[in-house]
Design a binder for this molecule. Structure first.
Ligand code: PRT
Ligand code: ZN
Length: 285
């Protein structure tokens, strides 16, 4: 039987969340202790545990069929893999940072400077696009300490909260790219594997949609029903049921998490009461 081989980071920032997505898709893995490979008894996949830097290469070479990895790593490794789905976690920027006491006006600052990074390819592309003549100093870890010990004038690294920069006396001055975890796929999937991937993506999208939406129930005065329904159109249209109390209805619908507070204010102003908001576990649109 064919299994879709999924590469996941063995241990690091992406590991838990990648495994959680599979679990939320109802995929149970045996031997969850991440030795080398886990199999699933209820879905045709097997999981390979790798260093994140190796994932694009393994997917490119068809050792794995798909991989869960940061976009920054995909960009740096430049293999012929395709980004299939964005996963919305491990969000970060790839940024240039300099000692906070330096004046900065524009990226011309970097001309003639030495920049330490673990991402020479992304940085190199940025410098040449911007006609900046700087020296790239490649180091594999603790990039943020390079200016402090006189190894470089600036750094190009991952920034998320920014606290690592602050504690090293640096400031972010240019965001070169934004990144999040993505699924990449091999350029050579056969039909059987493509079908498994499509089934997996169907489940992943249902899980993602459920997280971005909430189920909402409320009581509304009938005189404002039309306006309220316009604000919470739901998936097709809301369910409306009469309340025992004359002149009132119960409205059930789905709202987007991002629009939520804005909508709540508006429907309250239209007289909605007893508003209940409930998380959705899976959502098939
Ligand atoms: O061992 P392996 O090679 O598999 O793992 P790794 O150590 O190379 O990677 P890991 O687990 O640290 O990160 C995996 C991926 O998570 C990265 O490639 C990014 O796509 C993503 N990611 C998201 C981050 C961060 N946020 C992040 N903050 N990766 C690293 N960091 C580092 C950053 O370099 C900084 O030094 O965390 C530090 C703290 O960041 P601040 O700004 O929050 O202080
Ligand atoms: Zn790594």
């Amino acid at each position: 039987m064919t299994n879709l081989k999924i590469a996941i980071q063995k241990s690091g920032r992406l590991s838990e969340k990648s495994l959680k997505i599979l679990a939320e898709c109802g995929i149970h893995l045996t031997n969850g202790n991440r030795r080398l490979v886990s199999l699933s008894q209820n879905f045709p996949v097997e999981v390979l545990y790798l260093r994140d830097d190796d994932i694009p290469q393994y997917v490119n070479d068809n050792v794995a069929d798909i991989g869960f990895v940061g976009e920054n790593v995909v960009e740096e490794k430049k293999r012929s893999v395709k980004v299939t789905e964005r996963l919305g976690f491990a969000k970060c920027s790839m940024s240039l940072a300099i000692p906070k006491s330096n004046d900065y006006h524009d990226n011309g600052f970097f001309n003639g400077k030495k920049i330490a990074t673990s991402y020479p390819r992304i940085l190199g592309a940025y410098l040449s696009e911007n006609n900046i003549d700087a020296e790239i100093h490649e180091i594999s870890g603790s990039v943020e300490i390079a200016p402090g010990i006189g190894l470089a004038d600036a750094i190009f690294d991952i920034v998320s909260s920014g606290s690592t920069l602050i504690s090293n006396g640096l400031k972010e001055v240019e965001v070169v790219m934004r990144s999040e975890a993505v699924i990449i796929e091999s350029p050579r999937l056969n039909e059987e594997k493509r079908k498994i991937l499509d089934d997996l993506l169907f489940r992943i999208r249902a899980v993602k949609a459920s997280k971005n939406n909430k189920y909402i129930l409320l009581n509304a005065p009938n005189k404002n029903l039309d306006e309220i329904v316009r604000l919470i159109p739901g998936m097709k249209s809301p369910t409306i049921m009469p309340l025992a109390q004359e002149g009132w209805s119960s409205v059930h619908s789905v709202v987007k998490e991002n629009d939520f507070w804005d909508i709540i204010d508006k429907i309250r102003a239209l007289g909605a009461q007893g508003i209940l908001v409930i998380p959705i576990e899976k959502m098939i649109v």
